[in-house]
Design a protein around this ligand. Sequence first.
Ligand code: IFM
Length: 518
Amino acid sequence: MDRRAFLGNTLAAAGGALVGGRVLRAAGGTQRESAVRAQVPGAIGQSEIEAARFPDGFLWGTATAAFQVEGAWQEDGKGESIWDRFTHTPGKVRGATNADVACDQYHLYAQDMALAKKINQKSYRFSISWPRIQPTGTGAPNMKGVDHYSKIVDEMLKNGLRPFCTIYHWDLPQALEDKGGWPNRDLAGYYADYAGILAKHLGDRITIWAPFNMPWSVAYMGYGVGALAPGRADFDDFLKALHTLTLAQGQALRSIKATSSKATVGSAYGMCPAYPKTDSDEDHAAASRYHAMNNVFLLEAAMHGRYPKAFVGDAPYDKMGMKPGDEEIMHAPLDWVGFHYYTRRHVSDASKVQAFSGGGFSGTEIEADPATGRDPYTRFRAEMPTEGPLTESGLEVWPRGIYDLVMQISKEYNNPIIEITESGCGYLDAPYEKENGRVPDTRRIAWFQQELAELARAIKDGAKVRSFHAWSLIDNFEWGNGHTERYGLIYVDYRDQKRTIKDSGLWYGRVAATNRLT
Ligand code: IFM
């Protein structure tokens, strides 16, 4: 079925599934919603969705990031970030918007935490804006910034939410970019100082810390191909940035733990399960290289003090700026492993072709050039298949991927505690006047039902998954795509900041209360 037909069906389902101004029957599964599910090849059926159970105490949560929700870009002494600079540069953001106001969560946080409580949430993953804490990236903290996060953490606790802190979700102080950005290894030390400041002031209440959101993307998208801020495109800078981030991860873990005895440190890696495109040995090997480079590069470094086998031939460690003793700095075993799931990749071998280049941002990573593969070292070609339908944000719907990924990480890393740090889908459903302003986002419910049934299966098969964070609590600023995508369980009207819980939010609230999907 083509995409237009899929959309037609699902929009019809959205209109037809509403009963008495409340969600859903979608949860119980109407005929039309079953039709939606049936569009996903290999989709699990209604009976599996109904049978799925999550363990008592499972931590249902949502995630956001400072730059995407806060706004207040110049308030209370905050410095400029690379994302302020990027979004203020003409031509960088779709729709010529920026995040100067975003969802105004800097001021509306009490309302947002109350909404999270209203949908029975138990965990809130948020990030701290480095330039609010250190406006130029180094030196004494700006106490107005520290106080802001102290208040928001208190508000989380008041609403029964576990504060899960991401220390860095992409908004580097511009002053540090002016010193060379992440390719400059000095940033590892500055970053560890910043992490220590957070642990000192917030570590009495925050016990769950993830140093970086999607560090591979920070390096590749920001410095390798320039699709994200700071918009630089040099492959050697990507390699250097990746190594600095790995060193920073290790140094930050030690700095946090030295300051806060309650701290546990994990990760928020972006991951995609990699399936070989064909059954050839070459494509299997290429898929392993993809997994090593895109999924577990920093995880392997933290757990074992070495990089995984991501390269064909000699690893470019000299280009990365590796020095004797770096393995010890990198080695910082995590207390738990956190990663996101959105979609999957088909990977094929590109070791016999010469050139390399980049492609477009898919929300989780860069696509390889379909003809030549991505670079002279990893030599694979990664594509997002389109066997499943696409979300409105353009990602293939592939629920089975989360099962495969969770099982693979469980096997490779000795069955660690896993936190799903993000997962979600972009659909543009808006309040519907004829239904008293409800937001009938049935496709999002179907997406989560399918995916969560697969996650429940992984838990049943022994994976120690203790949390799931839906991306996102509220619609927010989607980086270079501006306001053209909506991932929230709660709709935001950017004209007046009005929040409306979508049908998916109401449904997710019931899931959180019952540990079941219908
Ligand atoms: O909005 C982003 C988030 O910042 C990082 N992970 C993917 C999300 C959706 O594209």
